[in-house]
Design a protein around this ligand. Structure first.
Ligand code: SIN
Length: 311
């Protein structure tokens, strides 16, 4: 039996559901080219672009944990023009998502105005959830502010736009954010960004493992999987069916990807595991997911997407 891993966000067709998580292997032209040519990833997401290039936070800013990672990268990137040019002109092997993150609301609006006025016709994703920029709050935790911002954005922005969300932890917060997002013609939400402001301690040196922000950083990898699954599930239960979901967080295997799809994910992105294992992770996880689907007699993702059963 052959299984079909094809998926889509709105009208954009992906030959399989796997993406890189923004931030992993997507900063330089070489990294983006690697992703574009990799036959086992369905699409790619750029590093979140700020108006100007940034070095990001001081080193060390990434640390592997026993069951995941902690990072405080601080949006190192080549600047908006570089990424807009890449997604507009690189020969399309697969759909690409342009991720953007201004340092303020005005910068976000300005970046989106530039995209609206450009030749770019693909998907854009506004990152409202980076936990690592010093002095910049995670916008999507400010419900009233996010609502106002989306109102201003959709007054002029007519191209497909999704947003990257931070994890939420209270059912009331899922209700609140979904109520806001449902008012707007979003192409998708990407959930979750890393779990913000975690801490890891080296007890020999009695020091934090990260330098920036006094050692606080975003937690990802396996340890984030339960939180990611809960966010995909809770949002799928609440969002309009017209808003697609990219499930991000804790995917290290085909089993994890299968769980994300059961919870309702249209696409699945791989972050820490891609960083640790490299591009080969796409091939392995593809194979593992295909084997699970074959064993269960599923031909396509639609056969089980969102069909999680309750005990
Ligand atoms: C970073 O701090 O650069 C990673 C988090 C993000 O992309 O939002």
């Amino acid at each position: 039996m052959t299984v079909n891993l094809a998926s889509k966000i709105q009208k954009f067709q992906f030959k399989n559901l796997f993406l890189n998580a923004s931030g992993v292997h997507c900063q330089s032209k070489e990294e983006l080219d690697d992703l574009r040519h990799d036959q086992f990833s369905g699409g790619l997401v750029t590093k979140s672009a700020t108006p100007n290039s940034r070095f990001g936070n001081p080193l060390p800013r990434y640390h592997s944990l026993p069951a995941g990672s902690i990072n405080s990268m601080g949006l190192p990137n080549e600047g908006f023009e570089f990424y807009l040019d890449y997604v507009t002109h690189a020969k399309m092997q697969k759909p690409m998502i342009l991720s953007v993150a201004g340092m303020s609301k005005d910068e976000d609006l300005d970046l989106l105005h530039q995209i609206q006025n450009s030749d770019y016709q693909g998907l854009t994703e506004l990152n409202l959830s980076c936990p690592n920029v010093i002095g910049k709050p995670q916008m999507a935790y400010d419900f009233a502010g996010s609502d106002q911002m989306l109102k201003e954005i959709f007054a002029f922005f007519k191209k497909p736009l999704g947003i990257k969300l931070p994890p939420y932890f209270d059912l009331v917060h899922f209700d609140r954010i979904a109520e806001i997002l449902n008012q707007y013609p979003l192409s998708h939400v990407n959930t979750i960004n890393s779990i913000g402001n975690g801490m890891w301690v080296d007890i020999e040196s009695e020091m934090t493992v990260l330098k920036p922000k006094g050692g606080f950083g975003g937690v990802g990898g396996s340890i984030a999987l339960p939180t990611a699954l809960a966010n995909v599930r809770a949002l799928r239960q609440r969002l309009n069916s017209s808003i697609d979901i990219i499930g991000t967080g804790g995917v290290t295997s085909g089993r994890d990807a299968f769980a994300h799809i059961l919870c309702g994910a249209n696409m699945v992105s791989i972050g820490t595991q891609l960083y640790e294992e490299g591009l080969g992770s796409f091939r392995r996880i593809n194979k593992e997911l295909s084997e699970i689907m074959e064993r269960k007699g599923y031909h396509s993702l639609d056969d089980f997407r969102g069909k999680l059963k309750i005990m």
